[in-house]
Design a protein around this ligand. Structure first.
Ligand code: SF4
Length: 409
């Protein structure tokens, strides 16, 4: 295998890892995306990166590059790959689990860094998301990831985007080193608690191996000044869950997500709807409806950015979110339909609870009404608010707006 073949092998199953906003689900990562906008976006987004024609088909395949949107809104081409697909663990859902029969591949840190450096210099990729199977324990594997990152930063002088995975059991000094090298760090929790994790990954320890490295990130952020870290900023922390893999409820997933947002300033939780992989213990378990991912994303943004609490979310009796209902709309139908909010006096906290009004929209309304009162749905539309969606839940100068009038604009 030459180095490009190795990269193809290592990158081939990486669609299971959600990175940044490459899945097109959530726009800039801070914005609540109602279902109808999501559908529109899915129709218009490209899923394939475009490369200059000077690259060979093999190079393009090897790059396995993903269009991704960074937290600052910038679009880049991200190389998502593993340092090694050899793994000593046996997580039930994972294509890389020990004993599964497929061709494994491994890069040494300098091999990967050199290859990435060449690809980056030629403009094939702009950033990297680097994970690994575990060989010789999480600590030793983490050292290899850190060595790779260090070569990229210090020898290759790579200043672009680096998302580094933290392995189970990563120690505090390793987390500190990772924070000096990466823009983003992630630990895949996979399941929301110890009991559920046992159904997915019998040899991972939820608190000691997975939660602890996430807590180290926040501990270090609280105790060390930002200038000590990469580019003088604290890297963000994210995690990923296999949604539905352990028969857990949405309430369990969102309870853990909410705790992480409040206590360790988690930037994002990614939800990957379970789908069975051949030749794994869960190969006969039915796939989870991908709409569940979408509802979980919507709910997690409501918790993170929209001042919602868990009890505001419209869980059904089985503690899941209804698949057919936008959770913000469902909340408004219960809480605002008989107590509409006056657009001309509401504060930001009230405005962002209204369907059709996002974080930016609330700011725009607050600014606009300093000049003039907002008297009509057409005035709201001119501010780029989804006025028809907001209409059932608002008052304009004390009156319910006429949707009929608005439809004519
Ligand atoms: S430790 Fe990671 S790579 Fe290894 S089997 Fe588990 S999920 Fe897969």
């Amino acid at each position: 295998m030459d180095e490009l073949d190795t990269l193809v092998e290592l990158s081939s199953q990486m669609e299971l890892e959600h990175a940044e906003d490459s899945d097109g689900r959530v726009g800039d990562g801070s914005r609540y995306v109602p279902s109808e906008l999501l559908d529109q976006r899915r129709r218009t987004e490209t899923t394939e990166p475009t490369h200059p024609s000077c690259f060979t088909p093999k190079e393009k395949r090897a790059a396995f590059a993903h269009p991704a949107q960074l937290p600052n809104g910038k679009n880049i081409v991200l190389l998502k790959t593993l340092l090694s697909s050899a793994c000593e663990r046996d997580c039930y859902y994972c294509p890389f689990r020990a004993g599964r029969d497929f061709r494994r591949a491994t890069f040494k840190p300098d091999e990967f860094a050199n290859l990435f450096g060449k690809m980056h210099q030629r403009g094939l990729v702009e950033g990297v998301f680097l994970s690994s199977g575990i060989a010789g324990g999480g600590v030793r594997t983490q050292d290899k990831l850190l060595d790779t990152a260090e070569i990229l930063r210090k020898k290759q002088n790579f200043r672009g985007y680096l998302h580094l995975k933290l392995m189970p059991g990563t120690e505090k000094d390793q987390v500190f080193r990772a924070m000096q090298l990466a823009d983003r760090l992630s630990v895949n929790l996979e399941a929301p608690n110890t009991e559920r994790l046992a159904k997915l990954a019998p040899h991972k320890i939820f608190i000691e191996e997975l939660m602890r490295p996430l807590r180290f990130i926040e501990e270090i952020r609280r105790n060390e000044p930002a200038y000590k870290f990469w580019n003088g900023k604290y890297p963000s922390a994210v995690t990923q869950f296999v949604a539905g893999g352990a028969d857990e409820s949405d309430l369990e997933l969102l309870t853990t997500t909410h705790w992480l947002i409040k206590n360790i300033r988690l930037q994002r939780a990614y939800y990957s709807a379970f789908h069975p992989i051949h030749d794994t213990p869960l190969e006969n378990k039915p796939a989870v409806n991908p709409m569940r991912e979408h509802r979980l994303y919507q709910a997690s943004f409501l918790l993170r950015d929209y001042d919602f609490d868990l009890e505001d979310l419209p869980f059904t009796s089985d503690e899941n979110l209804p698949l057919h209902a936008d959770p913000k709309l469902a909340w408004a139908n219960l809480n605002l339909i008989h107590s509409p909010i006056e657009i001309n006096t509401a504060d930001k906290h009230q405005l962002i609870k209204i369907p059709g009004i996002g974080l930016k929209g609330a700011e725009v309304i607050l600014n606009a009404r300093r000049m003039n009162k907002i008297n009509s749905l057409s005035a709201l539309k001119k501010l780029n608010i989804l006025a028809d969606k907001a209409a059932p839940f608002i008052l304009l100068n004390g009156k319910k707006p006429s949707t009929q009038l608005a439809m004519s604009f």
